[in-house]
Ligand binder design. Structure first.
Ligand code: SAH
Length: 347
């Protein structure tokens, strides 16, 4: 038994490692250790969720953003982006189409676009919930104030995805311009939890300036915050950002972290992300085999998909929603899993 497998066992038993132990695991793991963690993680997710994979249809309803995150392709200073905004009717149509395809969760994602007022967003949430009362609505629209989150929750939003990006404040400041605040992002996450949202946090693996110490802090943050969902994907450069020449994140480390998250928080909802499917052709399948249990295909209109490019070479931007749905079904079948037609709430 290697020292790393010992620590993986300890994590599995105690659901806790200290910072030095996390660093030791992250600095020294081998492919065998990774396989070892994946085996434990997969049996945990099979035990809790069976061989069912939850699907969430993402509607990327606007690529307009007031923020200037250094890693993101739709940052406001990227003048090469052709900006779009979907109308309320278009958003509702995407969800209706998704419903027919078996989606029971709709994720509304966008840049931070203030032309969608909280009142308008509440109307959109109410409309989707009225049309599909058996569905969950997840928002992924960035940082708002407590009162906005509260109004959206009261309008019927069930879940919220807001990656913390990094638990290390100094690291956060290297990824974002000075006008953005790590503390505010953390306060938003706390507000979302307090309001009863099933809340998702998460990171990019291999973002510029990230150290194993940063990732250790992320794992410690996950342990204390206990997000219902964790979004983890590799950092991938975008050609029109200041990070264009930075190396992409590690595929293997991303898979390993998915397994460690599953072991740390056994019932967490853990997507095999689009970025993971972009960095490797079978990335999402491998993600599921490493302990992920959620896939989030795109429901955006084909006409806008190429305009929502957070990073280069994003997959599935040429396909119809129905094609994506069929493709995923086949991909999951190929590894012995089934797509579930349910809301797929956190238990
Ligand atoms: N504006 C919203 C949601 C859209 S971005 C928000 O701020 O929450 C969704 C996620 O995509 C981000 O949280 C980030 O972690 C990820 N992302 C952005 N640019 C990326 C890149 N270049 N490579 C990999 N992931 C990226």
């Amino acid at each position: 038994m290697s020292r790393v497998t010992e620590l993986i066992d300890k994590l599995n038993e105690q659901k806790h490692l200290d910072k030095a132990e996390w660093v030791e695991v992250l600095e020294n793991f081998t492919d065998e250790d990774r396989e070892y963690a994946a085996g434990i993680a997969r049996s945990i997710s099979l035990g809790i969720y069976g061989n069912k994979i939850f699907i969430r249809g993402i509607v990327e309803f606007s690529n307009v953003c007031k923020n200037d995150c250094l890693y993101c392709g739709i940052r406001r200073s990227n003048t090469n982006v052709s900006r779009y905004r979907l109308t309320d009717d278009e958003i509702a149509d995407c969800c209706d189409e998704g419903y027919e395809l078996g989606f029971r969760t709709f994720v509304l994602q966008s840049g931070e676009d203030k032309s969608y007022s909280t009142e308008r967003l509440c109307g959109i949430v109410r409309r989707i919930k009225a049309a599909h009362p058996d569905c969950a609505v997840t928002l992924s629209i960035g940082e708002l104030e407590y009162e906005d989150y509260k109004a959206l929750r009261e309008a019927g939003a069930d879940r919220y995805l807001l990656r913390h990006e990094t638990a290390d404040k100094a690291h956060y400041e290297k990824l974002h311009p000075a006008e953005m605040s790590w503390q505010h992002r953390m306060d938003c996450l706390k507000a979302l939890k307090d309001l009863g949202y099933q809340t998702g946090a998460g990171i990019m693996v291999g973002s510029p300036y990230q150290t194993v110490g940063c990732i250790a802090e992320d794992m410690i943050f996950f342990e204390s915050f206990k997000p219902e969902m964790i979004g983890i994907g590799p950092f991938l450069p975008h050609k029109d950002t200041p990070f264009r020449d930075e190396p992409k994140g590690s595929y293997e480390l991303t898979l390993f972290l998915l397994s460690l998250c599953r072991i740390l928080l056994p019932d967490v909802l853990l997507p095999a992300t689009t970025a993971l499917g972009t960095i490797a052709p079978l990335g999402r399948e491998e993600g599921v085999k490493a302990g992920a249990n959620v896939i989030m295909p795109n429901l955006s209109p084909t006409a806008v998909r190429k305009k929502y490019m957070l990073y280069d070479n994003k997959i599935c931007t040429g396909d119809e929603s129905a094609q994506c749905r069929g493709c995923l079904e086949a991909r999951m079948k190929s590894i012995g899993y089934e797509v579930a037609v349910t809301r797929g709430d956190h238990i």
